[in-house]
Structure formats: C-alpha cells, structure tokens
Design a protein around this ligand. Structure first.
Ligand code: SAH
Length: 279
C-alpha cells in the first residue's frame, strides 16, 4: 500500500485497525509503502489499484510471497534503551550489561511489539517513571497489560517490580509469544488470557496499560473506568487523538503526564488522590 509521506501516520493508524498484527514500513522520498503479510483470506479486501484508507487515497498492490514472512520481521527488530532503565533487545543481539538497566529479551514471533515502536516506547517510559516513584515509597502494585502483543510491556513491568502482572490479547499468537517471552525472561505473569477488548470485561489492576488504538480505547473506556484502576496508561494514539481519549476516561481519572514521539502520544491518567501523586 503506497501513501503520500505526509499522510503516512494517518494511513498507518487505519491499517493497524485492519491488521492489528502490524505492518512493515518502507519510507520513500515523498511516499511511504506499507506491506501487510497474511495467509489467504486474512488480509483486508482492498483490491488492486486505488483505495481509500483512513480518508487517504492510496495505491494497493498484492503479490504472493514465500512463506517466511514472519521471519522478515527480524530485520525491523533492533534493540532500544528506554529512559536509561529498560533495554529491550531481540534474542539474536548480544546482551549489553549496564548497571541499573533491566534487560527485556523479546522474540515477537508473529505478535506486535518489539519495543521499538514509538507507542511501546512511550508506555515503557511512563512505566519506568511510575516504578521509580513507587520504588521510592516501597510500594509495588498490580498491573494489567491490555493488548499485550509480544508481552513486552507486561514483562518490563514485572522486571520493574509490578506484581502481580496479567496480560491479555485477542490474538492467540500474541498469547503464545507472551508466555514464551515471560519464560525466557524469568518472570512470572499471573494471568495470560484471551480477551476480546471490544466486548469482554478486561482484568482489573491498580495500573492498567492499554497500547491499543483510538476507536478501541473509546469503546473500552467505560468498562475500563468501571474497573476503578488507580491509573491507566493509554497509547497507540496519534497526537491529535489523545485529548478525546483522556476525556473519555474522565472525570475520575485525570491526566498526569504525556509523552509524544514521532507523532504518537502516550498518556498517564490517574485517579485523584492516587498514591503516589507528587512529581
Ligand atoms: N502491548 C504491546 C502490543 C501493542 S499492539 C506493545 O505495546 O508493544 C496492540 C495489541 O492489541 C495487538 O497485540 C493486538 O492483537 C491487540 N488487540 C487489538 N485489538 C484487540 C481486541 N479487540 N481485543 C484484544 N486485543 C486486541
């Protein structure tokens, strides 16, 4: 799918709804190409030629590719150091031992979440920040990762001291990847379960992380509020979409911190009077 560079994030946001497993992105000079891989019948039926995706006219082309598409992800999986505290790396990169840095080894398989996406990084940064405040007070709390993908956030949270940690996703490949990655990182996750966040009741926790996208977050917001978490980290939002989702979680949960990178925003909202409050 080829889109004008200026509309890349808009198109990507729409594609990720059609294909929550993610896409491969190749930047050209004035355009961007997104490649979606899937078995026959798994891909959105857009046909060939011009199509409208996320309100943008794109050109669509399809071809049969060898069955190794899952491995092709490896090229896009690079280590990232977040907030000087969490180092997320693929198993095929060597460890980088640094004092005070927690290492999270992630083999995404066919699930989303290498750690390198701006939305994942945003969540990790907010989690590191929370863990630092909470550690200072000697309190660790429960955490639920909604839409866990590879499990990167749940595993990082467990390593940062959150406990117990649960992780849910609608995608079986994501649950398998999460279980496998948790074992490889030597962390214990309390629940790893299939939950469809469009309709099912999500697990509750003191801290809830939801790196999803705007439409799903808006739909989920009332059920999330019912669970009465102390705080929620929402991500997967284009910068201009964040206010609407924060408003949907209010007024009981109010914005505490927002980070933005490469056009993507992650927000921490917290219940009034939640401990700890000061920043
Ligand atoms: N938490 C990971 C992955 C985020 S991608 C990270 O931050 O990197 C979003 C995840 O949400 C995907 O794994 C996708 O399968 C899952 N997802 C999308 N729609 C969902 C739904 N309706 N119910 C449950 N999970 C969903």
């Amino acid at each position: 799918m080829r889109a004008p560079a200026a509309a890349a994030e808009q198109v990507l946001a729409a594609i990720l709804e059609l294909a929550p497993g993610g896409v491969e992105q190749v930047d050209g000079d004035d355009h961007v190409e997104f490649a979606l891989y899937g078995a026959p019948g798994e891909l959105p039926a857009l046909g060939e030629g011009e199509a409208e995706v996320g309100g943008v006219t794109v050109s669509v082309r399809g071809q049969e590719v060898p069955d190794d598409w899952a491995e092709r992800w490896q090229r896009f999986h690079r280590p990232v150091l977040v907030a000087g505290r969490i180092y997320v790396r693929p198993p095929w990169e060597g460890p980088a031992v640094r004092p005070g840095v927690e290492e999270v080894v992630i083999d995404p398989g066919q699930a989303f979440g290498t750690g390198a996406h701006a939305t994942t990084e945003g969540c990790l940064e907010l989690l590191v920040d929370l863990a630092q405040q909470r550690r200072a007070r000697g309190r660790r709390g429960s955490l639920a990762d909604l839409g866990c993908g590879s499990g990167v956030l749940a595993i990082a949270a467990a390593k940062l001291g959150f406990s117990p940690v649960s992780a849910v996703d609608a995608d079986l490949a994501a649950l398998e990847a999460t279980e496998r990655n948790a074992r490889a990182n030597g962390v214990e996750l309390e629940r790893v379960e299939r939950v469809n966040l469009r309709d099912d009741r999500p697990p509750g926790a003191e801290t809830v992380v939801a790196n999803l996208m705007r439409p799903l977050l808006l739909r989920l917001a009332p059920r999330l509020v019912e669970l009465a978490p102390e705080r929620v980290i929402v991500s997967g939002l284009l910068d201009p979409e964040a206010d609407e989702v924060v408003a949907a979680l209010g007024p009981g949960l109010t914005e505490r911190r927002r980070v933005s990178s490469r056009g993507w925003t992650s927000v921490l909202v917290e219940r009034a009077g939640a401990q700890p409050t000061a920043r």
